[in-house]
Structures are given as structure tokens and as C-alpha cells.
Write a protein that binds this ligand. Structure first.
Ligand code: PFF
Length: 452
């Protein structure tokens, strides 16, 4: 395959490729593992409604803002700020993004590794004959052993590294273009099976019927945090991907499509999980273990469950992989452009460094579990620092940068492709990124620190 000539930047080859890669980043464990259990704990339908509001009013504009920065600068997450604001400290936002990418990938790859173990279990019929209690025990004892979770994590990091190593067009775009349609097909098939279960209606009621008595200030802010994490905003992933998007691409349309796909998949994940949860009389607020304890229990009791278990864990692994690739790319683009390493070297150094840090996150469910600071394990700290501190802080500064520093003229120029596209609602967009988004995200940030 042709390599990229020296001095030329790699880029996405087609608009379908842009959608596949970016939706691949957005659709991940956040949609299929996290969204259903967070919605389950926070009252279902009412949470969903608020979540949807945030996706449209905050998530979509912030995504578009990141695309604008990346495509305008044609650089990595840190280099973009240096180029657009030379000599100013705005590049620190990029630096924060690189650190966040490191931490997110370190703990995300722990759970991504678990999906491979569960795929392996599903294939070898490992759930068969186990009671709910036994499934819970085996999940907990698997987590606690040092060897297997680390091995799966390293395999997952290797797969991620392999795709990134191959480049933007010949790696990320090529694989996400194949994997994303498979993901979509799988989630639709499993959802149909779930809907066909007796008692499915109750699950749908739970997901779609809003019960506002459950809504507190905390739940509102949880919904905003989930929306940001799910859309991959706030840490430079979309700046990096935006820098590979061609100047002729309609960025507003792309951001809208990606937002719609991500939301559609999160809702489908709910449709896939809750009818099954209710059909088998399980508590929807099961939490963290919903996917790894409750679902194997359901598959085991369901007709055709052996095959659906395999399909489900393939789906989960694909969702995770197309997201981990986007996080690693943030680090690799930075290493190669700012530290002048070749893509291959940057990928190897980045993957190895993140894997080493990631092992500590994985071991914190086992041998390093006692290593705690303020009641949090290493895994919990990585999760907390990235999702609750670096990510919201990044999102606030990103919108402030574009709203107040880059300014309306540059935004219009970039979003209209130099005046060739007609822009609608630019005033609303500018209002959101200058005022509404920074204020709303600041609220999440404060909540994340536990100040409210
Ligand atoms: N959006 C991904 C998910 O929902 O699983 C997670 C993620 C990917 C977060 C990339 C942040 C990021 F930059």
C-alpha cells in the first residue's frame, strides 16, 4: 500500500471514512456499557430526555468546535493551538488533552480487555450452568487475578496499536469502515431478539417513560457528563480527527451525523439491554456489572443465548476498539508532529508507554487494590481525573478558545468552507460556544469535584 510522501500529512480519503472513524470514536463502551447502567441508576426515561437535550444543545456544538480547530490548523491537538495562537498559553489545553488521552486509554483498555475475556468465555460456553451468584463470583475473581486481565489488556492495546500504526487512511479509516457497519448490524440483531422476549414492554417503558420524580441536580449533571464522554469531546480527539478532514467536507453536516449515530446507538443499547433485564426480572440499577454479570445470566437463560452472547461481546469489543484507536491517535499525532518521530515509532512508544500505565489500572482490581489514596484505587483515580477533571476542563477551554479567541469571522470561514456553503444559525452557535456551553460544562466540573 502506498505510504504517505515525506512532508505530506495523512488524511481521511472519503466522507464515509470520516463518518466511520469519528462515529467509531464516539460509539464505544460509553454507549453500550456505561449509558445503560447510568440511565438505569438514574431513573431511565427522564434521564434519557435530559441526556438528549444536552447532546443537541451542548454536545453537538462542542464537537463542531473541535472540528473547526483541527481542520483550520491541520495539526495535532497541541500543535493546533500553537499554530492558531502562536506564543500564547492556549497550547496548554492541548497538553491537557494529551495527558487525558493517556489516562483514559490506560483505564479504558482495562475494560476493553475484559470484553475479550468475555468473548472468549462466550465462545467456550463458559456461562453455561452458572447461577447469578456464580456469574458474579467469577467476574470478581477474574478481575482479581493478575495475569489474565493484563494479558487481554495487552492484546487489546496491540490491536489498537496495529490499526494506528497503519496510518489514518490505510489504518483507522480502512478498519472503521468495515467494523462500524458490523457493529450496527449486530446491535440491531440483538435488539430485535431482546424485543421479542416476553415482558419486553416493561423494559421499554422504563427506558422511554419519563419519571421526573427521580431527577435531581446531580442526575442532570450526570447526563451532561455522559453526553460529553459519549461524544468523545473535551480532550482533542475530535481536533485530531478534524485535522484529517478535507477542506471540502461539510463539517456541520458531519458533526450532526456523528452526533445522531452516537445517540441512536446509545438508545439502541438501551433497547437491547432493558427489555432483556425486565424479561428476566433483574434490577435495572445493577450498575457497573450490568454488562458483565447480568447479561451473561440473561444469555444463559435465553433461547439461542449461546450465539447472542458471542455476538454481543464481539459488538462490545468492536465498539471499544474503534474508540481506543481514536484516543491513541491523539498521542501518536502529537509524538510524530511535535517530537518529530515517524508514525511507526510514535505508535510503538505511545502504545508501550500507555500499556505500562494501563497495567497499574488493571492490577488495581487485584494485587494493587489496597494501593489507595482518599479511598480511590489507581483505576478509580484515572477515571476520575480524566472524566471528571481533565475532560470537562478541556471542553470549557476549547469552546472559550473558539468563541472568544478565534472569533466569529474565522469560524464562519472554516464552517462555510471559505464562503462556499450557506450557514444557518451561526448566531445561535456562537452564543452557545461563548456562553451556554462554558457555563453548563463548568457546572459539571464543579459537580465532578463534589463542590455542589
Ligand atoms: N466516546 C467513547 C465512548 O463512548 O466509549 C469514549 C471516548 C473516546 C472518550 C475518545 C473520549 C475520547 F476522546
Amino acid at each position: 500500500m502506498a505510504s504517505i510522501p515525506k512532508g505530506e500529512r495523512d488524511s481521511f480519503g472519503s466522507s464515509i471514512g470520516v463518518i466511520a472513524a469519528t462515529a467509531g470514536s464516539a460509539v464505544g463502551l460509553g454507549n453500550i456499557w456505561r449509558f445503560p447502567y447510568v440511565a438505569g441508576e438514574n431513573g431511565g426515561g427522564a434521564f434519557l430526555l435530559i441526556y438528549l437535550g444536552f447532546i443537541m444543545a451542548i454536545g453537538f456544538p462542542v464537537m463542531l468546535t473541535e472540528f473547526t480547530i483541527g481542520r483550520r490548523a491541520q495539526k495535532n491537538a497541541l500543535g493546533s493551538f500553537k499554530k492558531l495562537a502562536p506564543g500564547k498559553p492556549w497550547y496548554l489545553i492541548g497538553l491537557m488533552g494529551i495527558v487525558a488521552a493517556f489516562l483514559i486509554l490506560a483505564f479504558y483498555s482495562t475494560i476493553a480487555g475484559w470484553t475479550l475475556e468475555y468473548l472468549f468465555q462466550a465462545i467456550s460456553d463458559g456461562f453455561n450452568g452458572k447461577s447469578a451468584v456464580e456469574l458474579k463470583d467469577s467476574f470478581e475473581s477474574f478481575q482479581a487475578t493478575p495475569f489474565r486481565p493484563v494479558l487481554w489488556q495487552l492484546i487489546f492495546m496491540f490491536l489498537t496499536g496495529y490499526i494506528v500504526f497503519s496510518g489514518v487512511k490505510n489504518g483507522i479509516e480502512k478498519y472503521t469502515k468495515v467494523l462500524m457497519p458490523i457493529l450496527l448490524l449486530l446491535i440491531i440483531i440483538i435488539s430485535i431478539r431482546s424485543l421479542s422476549l416476553e415482558g419486553a414492554r416493561e423494559g421499554l417503558n422504563f427506558l422511554f417513560k419519563p419519571d421526573f420524580s427521580k431527577i435531581t441536580w446531580g442526575v442532570v449533571l450526570d447526563a451532561l457528563g455522559q453526553a460529553a464522554f459519549s461524544l468523545s469531546i473535551g480532550m482533542g480527539t475530535l481536533i485530531t480527527y478534524g485535522s484529517y478532514i478535507k477542506k471540502t467536507n461539510n463539517l456541520s453536516r458531519t458533526a450532526f451525523q456523528v452526533t445522531a449515530i452516537d445517540t441512536f446507538i446509545a438508545i439502541l443499547a438501551g433497547i437491547m439491554i432493558f427489555p432483556a433485564v425486565f424479561a428476566f426480572g433483574i434490577d435495572p440499577a445493577e450498575g457497573f456489572g450490568l454488562v458483565f454479570i447480568v447479561l451473561p445470566n440473561i444469555f444463559e437463560q435465553m433461547v439461542g443465548g449461546y450465539y447472542f452472547a458471542i455476538l454481543f461481546f464481539i459488538l462490545l469489543a468492536i465498539a471499544a476498539l474503534t474508540s481506543t484507536v481514536s484516543v491513541l491517535e491523539v498521542v501518536v499525532a502529537y509524538f510524530s508532529e511535535e517530537l518529530n518521530l515517524s508514525r511507526k515509532k510514535a505508535t510503538i512508544i505511545g502504545s508501550v508507554a500507555i500499556s505500562i500505565v494501563g497495567i497499574f489500572a488493571t492490577l488495581s482490581f487485584g494485587p494493587l487494590g489496597k494501593l489507595q489514596l482518599l479511598d480511590k484505587t489507581i483505576f478509580a483515580w484515572f477515571d476520575y481525573l480524566s472524566a471528571n477533571i481533565l475532560l470537562p476542563l478541556g471542553a470549557i477551554f476549547i469552546v472559550l478558545f473558539v468563541g472568544w479567541y478565534l472569533g466569529k469571522k474565522n469560524v464562519i470561514d472554516e464552517l462555510s468552507n471559505g464562503g462556499t456553503l450557506k450557514l444557518k444559525m451561526i448566531g445561535v452557535f456562537m452564543f452557545i460556544i461563548k456562553f451556554l456551553a462554558p457555563i453548563a460544562i463548568t457546572a459539571v466540573f464543579i459537580y465532578g469535584l463534589g463542590l455542589i
